[in-house]
Design a binder for this molecule. Sequence first.
Ligand SMILES: *[C@@H]1O[C@H](CO)[C@@H](O)[C@H](O)[C@H]1NC(C)=O
Ligand SMILES: *[C@@H]1O[C@H](CO)[C@@H](O)[C@H](O)[C@H]1NC(C)=O
Ligand SMILES: *[C@@H]1O[C@H](CO)[C@@H](O)[C@H](O)[C@H]1NC(C)=O
Ligand SMILES: *[C@@H]1O[C@H](CO)[C@@H](O)[C@H](O)[C@H]1NC(C)=O
Ligand SMILES: *[C@@H]1O[C@H](CO)[C@@H](O)[C@H](O)[C@H]1NC(C)=O
Ligand SMILES: *[C@@H]1O[C@H](CO)[C@@H](O)[C@H](O)[C@H]1NC(C)=O
Length: 286
Amino acid sequence: MRFNSIKQAVALAACMLPSAFSQASGGTNGTADVTPNTEFNAMRTMSVGFVVVPGWEILDVFGPLEILFSLSYFNKMTLSIISPEVGLVPAGVPPHSFAAGLPKTDYGYVLTPQIQSTHTFANAPALDILFVAGGFGVVALDQENSTIIEDFIINRFPRVEYIVGISLGVVPLAKAGILNGKRATTNKSAWSYVTTGRGSNVSWVPSARWVQDGKVWTSSGVSAGLDTTYALLKFLYGPEPLDTMMNVIEYAPHINPSWDPYAVVYNVTGANTTETLQDCVAPVGL
Ligand SMILES: *[C@@H]1O[C@H](CO)[C@@H](O)[C@H](O)[C@H]1NC(C)=O
Ligand SMILES: *[C@@H]1O[C@H](CO)[C@@H](O)[C@H](O)[C@H]1NC(C)=O
Ligand SMILES: *[C@@H]1O[C@H](CO)[C@@H](O)[C@H](O)[C@H]1NC(C)=O
Ligand SMILES: *[C@@H]1O[C@H](CO)[C@@H](O)[C@H](O)[C@H]1NC(C)=O
Ligand SMILES: *[C@@H]1O[C@H](CO)[C@@H](O)[C@H](O)[C@H]1NC(C)=O
Ligand SMILES: *[C@@H]1O[C@H](CO)[C@@H](O)[C@H](O)[C@H]1NC(C)=O
């Protein structure tokens, strides 16, 4: 391992101490107005839903789902995959413009695995946790001025316990107005697209792997959904058996919500450039 500076080496050493961030697992500036009852959660059946639209980002869905699936060996959960229509929902990217004003591009050559949805926006069951996945399908709907996801979010937000926007899935949260007056983050490679003119009075956090503000959790791009989901589930259930399951799936989550080298990679204004870009994680629960 090479260090560019002493500072980086020191920062790396600090980030290898799991205890350094054990207080931060509720999220950046966790303004947790809800204290989860981990004992109660361990006994209840948690109703989890994912909003997916054609053009969903694969890891935005299957990253969180892997952790939920593993935890569901121990904790009761139900899963609803919610889309505009019940059936197979392709991940393949629908035609859309690369940038506003440009002609539409046909992305038909991109791989297109599919997921089976179980419910529509109209008949989805009561939900405790609602995940909203990103992907370029969200951009295509945005360019069509569709509000199908936003309408569902506005309808359900008062009744869910937590809503989680992953990557570009933060776009419909912002457009639905539920980030107004809140702190939030999003996909760093799409930062200005997401944060310009969406919602009002949103405190966009430039350097954040994820942000929790009350019942709203927002995640940075794609793989950050894994770390966001780990943080959320630890917040809800406590460390066990979650940490054991993380070691079974051999994934060492980032537990520092402020670690965000992609804010630097994508030159996000206000990014913390003094933070180490090193990816330093270790198995949890040791
Ligand atoms: C946390 O967020 C609140 C509300 O946005 C803000 O007023 C406060 O300064 C933040 N605290 C820290 C430590 O960042
Ligand atoms: C979406 O709304 C914008 C702004 O009102 C408008 O310029 C654009 O033509 C609309 N797009 C479609 C596909 O209706
Ligand atoms: C913006 O949100 C903050 C909370 O983060 C709130 O204190 C403030 O009053 C809001 N400002 C406006 C103009 O709504
Ligand atoms: C941002 O989202 C797009 C579309 O989902 C994805 O292709 C890209 O990898 C994401 N960027 C980051 C930094 O995660
Ligand atoms: C970020 O800024 C650097 C220096 O100005 C530039 O070389 C690089 O291409 C930029 N990266 C992106 C993704 O815009
Ligand atoms: C930026 O990162 C460094 C190193 O992790 C940290 O000491 C500092 O407090 C951070 N700055 C802000 C404004 O969060």
